[in-house]
Design a protein around this ligand. Sequence first.
Ligand SMILES: [Fe+2]
Ligand SMILES: [Fe+2]
Length: 416
Amino acid sequence: MELQTSASYRQVAQNDSGSISLSEIISALSFATDLTEGAVRGHALRSCLLGMRIADEAGVGGEQKNSLYYALLLKDIGNQEMIGLRCDRGASIVSKLGMGEMAADAVRSIEEHWDGTGFPKRQRGQRIPLLARVCAVAQHLDVFSVGRNTDVAIETLEQWSGTWFDPHLVRAALALNLRGELWSCCRSDDSHELTRAAVLELDPQQRKRLDERQIDLICEAFADIVDSKSHFTYRHSIGVAEVAHGMAQKLGLPPERVKLVRRAALLHDIGKLSVANSILDKRTPLSKEEWKIVERHPGLSRQILEMIEPFREMAIIAGEHHEKLDGTGYPNRLMAADLSLESRIVAVADVYSALSEDRPYRPGMDNRQILPIMRSLTPDKLDVDCVDALAALMGNSATLLFEPVNTHAGSVTQVA
Ligand SMILES: [Fe+2]
Ligand SMILES: [Fe+2]
């Protein structure tokens, strides 16, 4: 099948104005958290199904269900950090996303054990927030069913009832398992589409539509997650979005297209969550194998965003941010005719942002150093009009268009 590019997408002029629900966005973006090191694809979605069923069986109250649903989908969101930090970071992102304190608490306490031997507070029994206890059981079941099988998952759950896990919740899981109702649509060989459809069915808010501001906030929160992966890209996605937004306005794009460009820029590197920090922060040149892994990240960004129907065009633009007009970019070696103006804007903003950030062999550059380099990449690799728009944004100022957090430590992010 021919690859759809941003240029061909524009030609068919599909309608992108479809409305969107929180569950639709979060269930797709949960895939991004599953891309991080050591995680299993689809884990968040399967955990969500398992946890919601167990909660139902255990009689967890109606108003707690909404918090539980998002806690289960987002529980691994702070994953790149050490354990105590990880839970705290995850919790702060969950509350930033507007999921409420109950969901944040659940994420914060997910590593606590029923017998008081867990992290970070060694809470015991019912002192551990109920939703955290549900998350812990669901997480265990999925990890063991994928790593071993559902029988082992159930056996070990039973074994650790009263030590790691809340016995009441274990009984609920066992009852569901006996009735054959626990694993439907969340076995390790079920397709992600099937699992995701079942998750969307369970949305306690019945897929309430988001307003535009809420969508922006979610895109910003996920940009933040990507940026936090490495110290060296601490403001990268946010910076690319700011610059791309300014360029799109300078180029006279209508407000709807400016919004599209900004969101695509915010999430362009979401697939980078799959690239290990040992590669992202490497001091020495990358090996061939490591480059192969790096070159997969734009395609993964596209795959994740494409799961959200109204984000389809945004997904294509995000997937093209490392393409160059002369076909020397990656991952698809596309040519100028394939790349829409919106896509070129994001690509230019990405290069600008990368040049402004520190590398071990050079400090981050200011506008006066960056512009000649970017000009030298036109017209072969970067779009002239876009670089002109960037220059217009800079005016005569050497000061960067956004403030990257630069550090002169001894490691590096080689990948923009
Ligand atoms: Fe990138
Ligand atoms: Fe980037």
